[in-house]
Design a protein around this ligand. Structure first.
Ligand code: PGA
Length: 245
């Protein structure tokens, strides 16, 4: 796992966007897994800007959302599908090349199988961009998830539900369950980019870097993958750097 530290959130967003654009330049039909959350918003802004400025042709990539709330329809403004459309997909005209888990599917287990097959049908993930939960989750793979897991339904951790409650001032109740690509699905990507920003991520970043792979820390599974970049801002890297000092 390579580690790269940049000054602040703005630099992180620019650097992450640059890495995605480089990957698209190398392979225009890039199969890309995309995260939801506060962290990637700046990256999406940079990508949209590059698209509007004509600095990139991203019209041929395939986008797959990492995860979704169970029981929430894609049209619902609280869904991750809605978030991704709003911040990125619809801004760059990728509506027909975007797939996601349908949180309101009547049979979520069948939906998970459909989703895995849809990714495979495009040749598998080339690049997975991941945020990082304060408990080390990647996508909605909470502590205890098997490293070889494929798309599945999950019970969301209390810390995840608390962290996500802040997104919705309208009092939307965060569902107890989510549906997500598995850790095995993510590890199937040729390259993985993890982005983490802010002091609240500093303890988990330090734990990931300094522990052996363990299912207690889902993101530690990434240490088994040959092409992972952990992109941090100074705040997220602060505990790790303090230990080095
Ligand atoms: P965040 O979420 O970017 O809002 O911190 C990350 C995550 O929980 O995966």
């Amino acid at each position: 796992m390579r580690i790269e530290i940049v000054d602040d959130y703005e630099m992180l967003s620019k650097r992450a966007a640059t890495l995605v654009l480089e990957a698209v330049a190398q392979k225009p039909e890039l199969v890309l897994a995309l995260p939801t959350g506060n962290t990637p918003i700046g990256m999406y802004k940079e990508l949209v800007k590059a698209y509007r400025d004509g600095r990139t042709d991203i019209s041929r990539l395939w986008a797959f959302a990492l995860d979704e709330y169970a029981g929430v329809a894609p049209e619902d403004e609280h869904s991750f599908a809605f978030f991704l459309r709003h911040h990125f997909i619809d801004q760059v005209g990728l509506g027909d090349r975007f797939d996601h888990l349908h949180g309101n599917a009547p049979d979520l287990a069948a939906e998970c199988i459909r989703y895995e097959q849809a990714i495979l049908a495009k040749g598998g993930l080339d690049l997975a961009v991941l945020g990082l939960g304060v408990n080390g989750h990647i996508a909605f793979n909470e502590p205890g998830t098997a490293f070889d897991s494929r798309a599945h339904v999950v019970d969301l951790a209390a810390s995840t539900r608390e962290a996500n409650a802040g997104y919705f001032p309208d009092g939307f109740r965060i569902p107890d369950k989510g549906v997500t690509m598995g850790i095995g699905t993510v590890l199937g990507a040729d390259k993985i980019l993890v982005i983490a920003s802010g002091k609240n991520k500093a303890p988990i970043v330090d734990r990931i870097i300094n522990s052996d792979p363990t299912t207690d820390i889902p993101a530690s599974a990434l240490k088994n993958h040959p092409h992972v970049l952990l992109l941090l801002d100074e705040d997220a890297a602060s505990e790790y750097k303090r230990r080095l000092a």
